[in-house]
Design a protein around this ligand. Structure first.
Ligand SMILES: C[S@@+](CC[C@H](N)C(=O)[O-])C[C@H]1O[C@@H](n2cnc3c(N)ncnc32)[C@H](O)[C@@H]1O
Length: 328
């Protein structure tokens, strides 16, 4: 026996440990550590290559790469990936290695029991014919869709769960000089196709206002873009409006890269409600046929609301020249 009769010690290589630890680092930490030695430099380089090859960190059905052929050399934008909405983190969000989207949060789809409506029956092909209260039997309105959810008898294969299966169309995140990153089609997308959810941290209005103020200050440095979306749902009574604040700046999905277009763009924003879920999810569907390489855009709102907003470069015939921004 070697090592004076003791059990041989496992030699932990620097490269083994670094390969495990470096994917957790923020970009500034990664670049600092890559300066320390050749081994760490090579590992940091491979982490950067993995990050820029798939913004979704291997968690969606298809990779969504960053593509930058402008003069600046940003290989990617760093954010924590979540495929769906999460409750807000008051402190810094947890670190996340590439290839993981778990944020250890309660399942927002299970907050409320399903609302049962007497006599309503599920009509989708997967649900049990005896199930009641299934959203299949509810009426969709413009801008609102009812989908089956965890309160139904069906599984994710149900035809009435289109927006719950993640992203399956080919997309890419392309950098432009004036608008920064933008989400583009990497295949033909027919009108009506589900694109993706607007995933991010769900904020109270108080927190949303606080963060918007911080983002507005940071924006003046020209180095920071934020992705705080405010959507209002008009409740059936007609008198009440529910405000949903989703911040994808620190934690989100690729919807955070969708730029504004004054002509309304080629995406429609739809609220999707499902059984057992307290809050609707904000989802994007193609509002027209979209060609490969075309940029995906939607209207952020009415630019007349904030005449001091920043410059718009949507390039459409009806461009107002000013980006809409939420007056919080
Ligand atoms: C939700 S982010 C979209 C992704 C962003 N372009 C990026 O690089 O991360 C919103 C920001 O993108 C930029 N942006 C979006 N649409 C734009 C437009 N039509 N013209 C100029 N800038 C735009 C603005 O800086 C805005 O604050």
């Amino acid at each position: 026996m070697s090592n004076n009769g003791k059990r041989p010690r496992r030699v932990v290589q620097l490269s083994d440990t670094a390969t495990y630890v470096l994917p957790y680092l923020y970009p500034a930490e990664l670049s600092a550590i890559s300066l320390t030695c050749k081994t760490l430099h090579l590992i940091a380089k491979s982490v950067t290559a993995a990050r820029s090859s798939d913004a979704c960190r291997n968690t969606e059905k298809v990779p969504i790469p960053f593509i930058n052929s402008t003069a600046d050399s940003h290989p990617y934008t760093y954010f924590i990936y979540t495929p769906t909405q999460v409750l807000s983190f008051s402190d810094a969000p947890p670190r996340q290695p590439w290839g993981s989207s778990s944020l250890e949060q309660p399942d927002l789809g299970l907050i409320l029991p399903p609302t049962l409506e007497d006599g309503s029956r599920c009509e989708c092909e997967r649900c049990d014919s005896e199930s009641v209260g299934c959203p299949c039997s509810r009426q969709n309105f413009p801008g609102l869709i009812w989908e089956c959810g965890s309160g139904c008898m069906c599984d994710l294969g149900c035809a009435n769960r289109v927006s719950q299966r993640g992203i399956s169309i080919r997309l890419k995140i392309v950098r432009s000089q004036r608008k920064g990153w933008g989400l583009h089609a990497d295949q033909f997308i027919p009108s009506g196709e589900f694109i993706c959810e607007y995933a991010g941290e769900l904020l109270t209005t108080k927190e949303a206002r606080k963060r918007q103020q911080t983002y507005d200050k940071l924006k003046s440095t020209n180095k920071h873009t934020s992705a705080l979306l405010v959507v209002r749902e008009h409740l059936p009574s007609g008198n009440t409006c529910m405000r949903i604040n989703i911040d994808a700046t620190r934690i989100g999905n690729v919807a955070r890269f969708i730029n504004h277009s004054c002509d309304g763009g080629n995406l429609s924003t739809v609220l999707v409600r499902s059984s057992s879920a307290l809050l609707p999810r904000v989802c994007f569907f193609a509002s027209q046929d979209i060609l490969k390489d075309q940029e995906l855009t939607f209207s952020y709102g009415d630019s007349g609301l904030n005449p001091n907003g920043s410059k718009c470069f949507c390039g459409t015939g009806c461009c107002t020249g000013i980006m809409p921004s939420e007056l919080t």
